[in-house]
Design a protein around this ligand. Structure first.
Ligand code: RIB
Ligand code: CA
Length: 342
């Protein structure tokens, strides 16, 4: 039976979130109950348009899109955020949207309320897949803490665990972008007592979007020509430029968020460890850093490290069989999975 998911995302046009959304929508192993955009890589107004237009172009207009938070709980945008990937809270109307303005309207419910209503209406059945800053999920948990008992699982792309391989940060030396944008929200979610699987940068860095993968997705025999057309138009130019392709033969961020969906579909291809993960909300260089540790690693006591000993352990995924994930992805977005060819 298909796993019921809500996809919470800082989607941009054909960025990794968007490609992951296509994966989710087309996978026969997943039922997308709703998409809940949140600011992050982009301003919320833009993310909302991306989600709505994607549903129109891929034939999934029945999936509700609920507007989420347009800014983090506390973190204010500043010069550093402006210079790097974060474009949250620009609060500017989108004047030019090349994929075409969607006709489809957003669902009137707020993302956090939609998450709460949907999870509580189907106890134990709904998985939240969160691949952007955790603001929407944190506020849903603050409004209805009982979500923690009723959600099947919260599967999160976020954080970077320095004690595990490939654990450097990508926005500051030790912080990962999604957690750094809203560290307070990440803390609320990780402290909520919900069943959580975290896919930090450690595992995502095992993925890459190669030219070979691209060519398989645009296969003329694809059952989803509309999907192939999107990849051709928006991803193709990246690989059609021989100079760029020679210099950087993989799109590094092409498939980060896909790992969360792959985990829901086929957890066997991932390697995990139980860890406590503490997110720092200390202003400065440690802001948004996720520290992972195993209980018993350190002496606890009054003068010991400031570990939060009441923090429950969560499932931290740090490695995967990427070739297998790529097979699941290609099969889903070309319709091969529907034909049970895997
Ligand atoms: O740090 C990686 C995360 O930020 C991913 O969710 C990716 O979509 C990027 O925006
Ligand atoms: Ca993302």
């Amino acid at each position: 039976m298909a796993a019921k998911i809500i996809f919470d995302t800082d989607i941009g046009w054909m960025n990794d979130d968007c490609m992951a959304a296509i994966f989710a929508l087309k996978s026969p192993d997943l039922e997308v109950l709703g998409i809940t955009p949140v600011m992050g890589n982009f301003d919320l107004n833009y993310s909302l348009l991306c989600a709505l237009r994607l549903l129109e172009l891929t034939g999934h207009e029945d999936v509700p899109v609920c507007r989420g938070f347009d800014r983090p709980l506390i973190h204010e945008r500043g010069a550093y955020a402006d210079k790097v990937w974060g474009k949250w809270a620009l609060h500017e109307p989108v004047k030019d949207f090349p994929p075409g303005m969607p006709r489809l309207q957003a669902d009137p419910r707020h993302a956090s309320l939609f998450i709460a209503e949907t999870v509580l209406a189907q106890p134990g059945e709904v998985t939240l897949v969160a691949v952007g800053p955790l603001t929407n999920v944190a506020m849903a948990l603050r409004l209805y803490p009982e979500i923690a008992r009723h959600v099947k699982e919260i599967v999160i792309m976020g954080g970077a665990i320095g004690r595990l391989p490939r654990g450097k940060g990508n926005i500051t030396p030790a912080a990962e972008f999604n957690f750094w944008v809203d560290p307070e929200a990440a803390r609320i979610v990780l402290h909520s007592g919900s069943p959580i699987t975290l896919l930090p940068l450690n595992v995502c860095r095992r993925s890459h979007f190669s030219r070979a993968l691209y060519l398989r997705i645009i296969d003329p025999a694809s059952a989803y020509p509309e999907v192939a057309a999107l990849y051709k138009q928006y991803i193709g130019p990246r690989f059609d430029d021989p100079e760029l392709d020679r210099r950087e033969p993989v799109l590094f961020y092409g498939v980060f968020d896909h790992a969360c969906l792959g985990y829901v579909i086929c957890p066997e291809i991932f390697t995990s460890v139980r860890m406590c993960v503490q997110v720092s909300v200390q202003p400065g260089l440690d802001y948004g850093v996720s520290h992972g540790y195993v209980k018993g690693d350190y002496v606890s006591g009054e003068d010991a490290l400031p570990l939060e000993s009441d923090l429950g352990a969560i499932n931290v995924v740090y490695d995967m069989d990427f070739d297998h994930l790529a097979e699941l992805y290609v099969a889903a977005v070309t319709g091969r999975a529907a034909a049970n060819e895997l």
